[in-house]
Design a protein around this ligand. Structure first.
Ligand code: AMP
Ligand code: ZN
Length: 142
């Protein structure tokens, strides 16, 4: 548990929340500011700040719980699809610094779904730039 971490406090039952699921390593609860009906968060019970710090076993466990909940959202809520979202770093929209995956059920019915795509699909980038970035990243991953 990390001091002053609201998600650690939720896992410990010290802050009111709508719990959906827990197992040994993960905990899932509804997001208080939902982007769609059924939007929830899956967190590791052990505190990690973000994607860069979370140990592999916690990341695996959180991802598997998110998959399980995604399947349930489609079956039980009648969702038409699901987005998983992680924000890593304040400049990438992270506001709570305890790793979490957003599970956002998606609906054709926009009365249930307020999420919009934050970039323009179908607008091509420059091929030279894309290739140069791949050439920069690839050797660093060897
Ligand atoms: P992010 O911006 O990716 O760090 O996401 C943080 C999410 O946590 C936001 O969608 C908030 O609405 C949600 N959130 C913050 N505090 C609480 C809380 N006490 N209970 C449930 N969700 C919360
Ligand atoms: Zn925490």
């Amino acid at each position: 548990m990390s001091d002053q971490c609201v998600f650690c406090e939720i896992v410990a039952g010290k802050v009111p929340h709508a719990k959906v699921f827990e197992d040994d390593m993960t905990y899932a609860f509804m997001d208080i500011n939902p982007a769609s009906d059924g939007h929830l968060l899956v967190v590791p019970k052990r505190h990690s700040k973000d994607l860069l710090e979370i140990p592999a076993d916690d990341l695996t466990a959180v991802t598997l719980t998110a998959q399980r909940i995604a399947k349930t959202a489609i079956k039980e809520l009648g969702a038409d699809g699901v987005n998983l979202l992680n924000c890593c770093g304040a400049d990438a929209w992270q506001t709570v610094f305890h790793f979490h995956l957003h599970v956002v059920p998606r609906y054709v019915d926009k009365a249930k779904d307020r999420l919009v795509l934050p970039w323009q699909p179908g607008v091509s980038g420059y091929a030279d730039t894309i290739t140069a970035l791949a050439d920069q990243l690839s050797p660093a991953l060897d």
